[in-house]
Design a protein around this ligand. Sequence first.
Ligand SMILES: Nc1ncnc2c1ncn2[C@@H]1O[C@H](COP(=O)(O)OP(=O)(O)OP(=O)(O)O)[C@@H](O)[C@H]1O
Length: 275
Amino acid sequence: MSLSAATLKYGQRTLWKDLNLQVAPGEFLAVLGANGSGKTSFLKILLGLSPLSSGQLTINGAPAKRGNRGIGYIPQQKNFAPDTPLRARDVVGLGVDGDKWGFRLRGKSYHQRVDELLAQVGATSYGKIPVGMLSGGEQQRLRVAQALAANPQVLLCDEPLLSLDLNHQKAVSALVGQQAKQHGTAVVFVTHEINPILEHVDRVLYLAGGRFTLGTPAEVMTTEVLSKLYGTRVEVLHIDGRLVVVGRPDSVLDGHLPEDEQSHSHDSTHGQEIR
Ligand SMILES: Nc1ncnc2c1ncn2[C@@H]1O[C@H](COP(=O)(O)OP(=O)(O)OP(=O)(O)O)[C@@H](O)[C@H]1O
């Protein structure tokens, strides 16, 4: 996946500008940033759902297009309707044979693959339950299994850990990391919380206030680099193997707060943790 001189603007507002980025097979890129910094927009562009304002994007050597079977996508958490007429295993099955329409003979290999994927995400016990009756976290694990099913060349993840408990956050992060390293999938992982994925991340794209910084976690997640990016002093603390960013003025940068609140939050010194 390759972006060159990529820029995204909405009206007068620049979300990011002149981004040059190649994500290699097997590489795990984390995309971090405040609410409204343009992370979901970045994924939509990679999915071919919206265009760049300027610059070029290619995925596996070709322009981005909708419905590319080489791309796996784990969307932001959205619950299935309670009356969705699918069982948990059918949701995963769509990832296994979702491109085949009409009459399907589902053989042994289909069922084995679905069972394997359910086991990988810890969902075996609820495979036969209607998906709409499951909790948000249980549903999310099925979406992960569905996205991994096709063994995609590129895997795009939009905050897939939201609503998962700590153990499942770790398990899902490990699965995605394993997908990258063992199957050569290029991973783009949008998240507010770097800590659950830190051990799997090769590089970080950090978006803030219409700018970005790109590098390894050790290069990007420092007091100096993030202070420069935000244009104000923020501190990166290392606590029990976790990274904690203190003094991040994110609310100033989302472009939606009224002026009086902006000046108030600019003075804010309370920390915000990236987990
Ligand atoms: N089609 C659009 N036209 C105009 N503005 C848009 C459009 N899509 C998104 N925006 C604005 O661009 C900004 C970035 O949105 P985006 O959803 O990419 O942010 P994000 O970083 O994913 O945020 P969050 O962490 O809250 O999910 C937001 O302020 C949003 O309101």
